[in-house]
Design a protein around this ligand. Structure first.
Ligand SMILES: *Cc1c(COP(=O)(O)O)cnc(C)c1O
Length: 358
């Protein structure tokens, strides 16, 4: 079988000594030494400042919104459900506007159109979907015009650079997920990168019940800290990250090369590298998608029809300023196997199967 995804297995020879260190010190969580070391290493590796580790990528979104003071969100409808359910859960107002048909990312013109039609959101939430950076300049311009902030859900964009700087340096906050299925993982985990140091400090209190070490309880908080065992997994996995990203990117480009004349591919940001987080293809229509999935399935190749449905169809009580492109794309998008254990031979097998299915 060719699996859709296959989590990175932490090297136990390297992991056990770190866990022993934790046991010997008895410091298991609450901003411990491994937590702090992972924070520094990640800031260094990613090229960012003000990085706060969290217990997952969903709480990262929730805490980011609280820390920058947002209450109402204009969101992309084309993403994993957590991009929106995170905010619905904490009763933020959510509205939707459309994506760009080629990049599949939230579209600056569609954002502008929403505000012209009376959108009151104080924050734009955009996903760098499949690791492909949004039009950050365009989104920044419309956010300034409408006096609102930006949160980027960068759960797919670990290690992605835009003009040689981290894509995480755009927006008021960018969030990451370190779930086991992601490129870099701590089993469960996540992080927020804040533009503003003050927001970072607020968030650090929020994830620890609103406690400030000097002044006691200063905010309504939650528990969203990353523990020492998971930080140890992160430190071990981070040692392999260059090999993993290079390998995945190589497979990604091999797929794109082999498929470019056969299927439609999302248009990649011209100034960004690919991290090989996902391998999305667009089929002509829902019928072709069904046919191709069936052929892959018959050959023991996993694939997944996502992201679908368009999130405005799930959250029908949230107003929509039009999501034509998202609805269309959600009907005909398919993700192909891509992970650290996949080989070039596997990629060629998948490409042949798709040629047959079309
Ligand atoms: C994985 C993912 C999340 C959620 O992250 P968790 O760590 O699983 O909570 C949020 N948004 C996107 C786009 C994701 O892919």
């Amino acid at each position: 079988m060719i699996a859709l995804n296959s989590p990175v297995k932490p090297n136990l020879n390297k992991l056990l000594p770190l866990l022993e260190k934790v046991n010997n010190s008895g410091w298991y969580t609450n901003f411990g030494p491994l937590h702090n070391e992972l924070t520094e290493r990640l800031e260094d590796y990613l090229g960012v400042k003000n990085l706060l580790l969290t217990n997952n990528g969903t709480s990262a979104l929730q805490v980011a919104a609280k820390a920058i003071g947002s209450r109402s969100i204009l969101a992309t409808p084309f993403s994993f459900v957590a991009t929106v359910s995170a905010f619905k859960w904490q009763q933020d107002d959510v509205a939707f506007t459309d994506i760009d048909a080629k990049t599949l990312n939230l579209c600056p013109d569609a954002i502008m159109n929403a505000y012209r039609k009376g959108c009151k959101a104080d924050t734009i939430v955009a996903t760098h979907v499949y690791g492909n950076p949004c039009d950050v300049k365009g989104i920044n311009a419309v956010s300034e015009k409408n006096n609102c902030q930006i949160i980027y859900d960068a759960a797919h964009a670990f290690g992605v650079k835009l003009n040689n700087g981290s894509v995480l340096n755009y927006g008021h906050a960018s969030t990451l997920s370190f779930h086991a299925t992601k490129i870099f993982h701590t089993v469960e985990g996540g992080a927020i990168v804040f533009k503003d140091k003050g927001n970072f400090e607020t968030a650090r209190e929020i994830i620890n019940f609103g406690i400030n070490p000097e002044n006691g309880i200063v905010d309504v908080g939650i528990n969203a800290k990353l523990n020492e065992y998971q930080a140890a997994v992160g430190l071990v996995n981070l040692e392999e990250i260059d090999d993993i990203v290079n390998h995945r990117a190589e497979l990604f480009y091999a797929y794109r090369n082999g498929l470019k004349d056969i299927v439609e591919l999302p248009e990649w940001h011209p100034e960004a590298n690919a991290n090989g987080a996902y391998m999305p293809v667009l089929l002509n229509n829902a019928e072709t998608l069904k046919k191709v999935s069936q052929v892959l399935n018959n050959r023991n190749i996993q694939s997944r029809h996502y992201f679908s449905p368009s999130l405005d169809e799930i959250f029908e009580d949230s107003p929509s300023f039009g999501t034509t492109n998202s609805l269309n794309v959600a009907n005909r998008i398919l993700c192909l196997p891509l992970h650290a254990h996949l080989t070039i031979e596997d990629v060629n097998t998948v490409i042949s199967a798709i040629k047959e299915g079309i």
